[in-house]
Design a protein around this ligand. Structure first.
Ligand code: KG4
Ligand code: ZN
Length: 352
């Protein structure tokens, strides 16, 4: 396909963690979104940065090429190259950054840097119905948990965030304690479907304001499992044997997963409700990998109906890491003429 005159096309690259992704977007419409996931980390119980960088190196050319082919778009017709600059694993980010810069230089096109968390929020603008501004977004991923007040595509303010673990980490670390492979979030979701969420109760942290905390829940789950379900308070005399512990998990896995999920979801939604009341905003969105969780999606819709919110959740493929959200953010930055110099580099921890 050749470029129609007056249209704006973006080639976007995402490589902040363990997914290599590329997307083509024309006038804010996604034509392709290819994602190569790295299975190698499963056996290590978490993402191994060095292995992630190497896999990005292998995947980036076929993924970018695939995105261009799938869109049926000529590379020479692309108007700008957008890439995830921050935050993320530095080795992973550098692969995408260097590739994007090389392409921009070779094609003689402008370069656009994108903040990964801002892009998660804007994944809500990919498909109809799109939220009107201002909207609130609960962004829940493996590395972040934030409530963002979004006043226009590029005007955002973080009004609440986690003071320790992210929601995705809470899912993944709980799954690890249950002996489930990484990433454990989707597995907890799967087992929770047939479990009783009220069977076990984990404490809700009392954190003032709009911030979150998940470390207390994680510790409670650890003690609860060490005690084979007798208590979530640590007491030496309760300590179960390895066999007792394993048997308890095997026989109660569905109920344990449902109860863990219910607590993580209630922590998230209680703060989101508080944020909606404090700001008076009624357009409320979810974003990030954890928004793929079926328990969270259902409870979010139920809360939305009760609170008279207009609720939005991106399509599944735009919840976890993807380049379509980088492309849509790149599109809005292009409209503002917000381009980067070819000397820019990746940044593991850039401020918002
Ligand atoms: O946004 P994302 O793909 O990557 C980051 O930027 O971190 O989020 C990954 C996180 C992981 O912690 C993963 O376990 C979690 O999202 N996740 C889920 C589900 N699908 C992905 N957590 C709970 N339930 C799910 N269905
Ligand atoms: Zn992410």
């Amino acid at each position: 396909m050749q470029k129609a005159s007056g249209s704006i096309s973006i080639l976007a690259i995402e490589s902040s963690c363990d997914e290599t992704s590329a997307s083509i977007c024309v006038d804010g419409r996604i034509l392709s979104n290819l994602i190569a996931s790295q299975k190698i980390h499963e056996q290590y119980g978490g993402v191994v940065p060095e292995l992630a960088s190497r896999a990005h190196m292998q995947n980036i050319v076929p993924v970018v090429d695939g995105a261009i082919q799938k869109a049926g778009y000529a590379l020479q017709s692309v108007d700008a190259i957008a890439f995830t600059q921050s935050p993320g694993l530095i080795g992973s980010l550098l692969v995408g950054a260097q590739f994007a810069k090389s392409l921009a230089l070779a094609l003689g096109r402008p370069l656009i840097t994108v903040h990964h968390m801002q892009a998660h929020v804007l994944s809500n603008l990919i498909d109809d119905p799109r939220p009107a501004f201002p909207f609130l977004c609960l962004t829940v991923s493996g590395g972040h948990t934030q409530i963002v007040l979004c006043k226009s595509p590029l005007q955002m303010e973080v009004i609440g965030e986690t003071i320790d673990d992210a929601a995705g980490e809470a899912f993944d670390k709980s799954a690890k304690l249950l002996g489930l492979p990484y990433p454990g979030g989707p597995l907890i979701d799967k087992y929770a479907r047939t479990g009783d969420p009220a069977r076990f109760s984990f404490p809700e942290p009392q954190i003032p304001g709009l911030n979150f905390s998940f470390s207390g829940v994680k510790t409670a789950i650890l003690y609860f499992l060490q005690n084979a379900g007798k208590s979530y308070v640590f007491k030496d005399n309760f300590l179960a044997s390895e066999e007792e512990r394993k048997a308890f998990i095997t026989h109660n896995l569905d109920d344990i997963c449902a109860s863990i999920q219910a607590r993580i979801v209630s922590i998230l939604l209680n703060k989101l409700k508080k944020a909606a009341i404090l700001t008076g905003v009624k357009n409320i969105c979810l974003a990030g990998g954890v928004s793929a969780n079926s328990g969270l999606r259902k409870a979010f819709e139920e809360m939305g109906a009760k609170q008279n919110w207009n609720t939005y959740i991106p399509a599944f493929e735009y919840c976890t890491d993807n380049a379509a959200m980088i492309a849509i953010t790149g599109y809005y930055k292009f409209l503002e003429g917000n381009f980067a110099d070819l000397s820019v580099t990746a940044n593991a921890r850039a401020v918002w």
